[in-house]
Design a protein around this ligand. Structure first.
Ligand SMILES: [Zn+2]
Length: 278
């Protein structure tokens, strides 16, 4: 790479200069830290972000519906949430209070209630915070994690497909740590920049063989695309222990081939469990 590809932006983890590796099909620049193995783009303003997630239509599609009528959600959505809850049960060994950050449809806390958890959610969307409590049977705090004033702490915090949307991952993870009880757990799931799928599409994009280059990074709403390595560094930087990590396919795509990808860290999503000290 020529020095021209270096830019003034620095990595949030190792502080080395980020390299500009290209731009996506909408013209959004893509910056990479080769050391920490993640990419990011220019961060949208807080107002743009709020407008994006405040639009009720954002929650339509994705196999859900605007009425939060859980029984009519697609079976694949229920299957995925059951997978999350099984994972949480297997990797957290104490505590029943759970905060689901960026809860969206609220299906995860809703089903966690049935498993005996004491649940709350947060969301940037007014539509969600006004409608989900009555449907889901649990409180939803409106706003960013940094701005909400919580009256308590939690044993388990979940950030499922949330961290890649934030403007400041260090601040978000740090705030989660503050909100955890001692020895509490933080469960994070994000897209895997090092997945086989992403590597192939990156290469095709780089050589201009894709009609819409880097569409797979979804930079219209993802500010970051992490890897297991970058998540480990993020946790270390925030003073959290890393007690488990893996890559895994969405539940509806589980097969022998996909389990093989997971064994080599090449599956679609990164799953990591952090733990707060005593
Ligand atoms: Zn770095």
């Amino acid at each position: 790479m020529s020095p021209n590809n270096k830019c003034d932006l620095r990595c949030i983890l190792c502080h080395r200069p980020l390299r500009r590796i290209g731009e996506d099909f909408t013209g959004k620049p893509i910056y990479k830290c080769h050391n920490c193995q993640y990419v990011c783009t220019t961060i949208s303003t807080a107002a743009e972000t709020a407008a994006l997630y405040d639009d009720p239509e954002y929650f339509d599609g994705w196999g859900c519906n605007l009425d939060f009528d859980y029984d009519r959600f697609e079976p694949s959505v229920h299957q995925q949430v059951d997978d999350y809850l099984d994972f949480i049960a297997a990797h957290t060994h104490q505590g029943k209070s759970l905060l689901d950050v960026g809860t969206g449809s609220g299906l995860l806390p809703h089903l966690a209630l049935r498993r005996g958890y004491d649940v709350e959610g947060t969301d940037l969307s007014k539509h969600v915070s006004q409608n989900v409590p009555a449907k889901g049977g649990f409180p939803v705090h409106h706003g960013t994690l940094e701005d909400i004033r919580f009256a308590r702490k939690y044993d388990i915090i979940t950030l499922l497909h949330v961290l890649e949307h934030t403007d400041d991952p260090l601040s978000m993870i740090g705030r989660c740590k503050e909100l955890l009880n001692s020895e509490g757990y933080l469960v994070v799931v994000v897209p895997n920049y090092q997945s086989l799928d992403s590597r192939l599409k990156d290469a095709l994009s780089k050589f201009k063989l894709k009609q819409r280059p880097y569409k797979h990074l979804a930079l219209g709403h993802h500010n970051w695309v992490f890897s297991i390595k970058s998540l480990e560094l993020l946790g270390e930087k925030c003073g959290l222990q890393i007690i488990y990590r893996e890559t895994r396919q969405p539940a509806w795509r589980a097969s022998a081939w996909h389990r093989l990808l997971g064994r080599f860290g090449l599956a679609t999503w990164c799953w990591i469990v952090y733990r707060k000290g005593v």
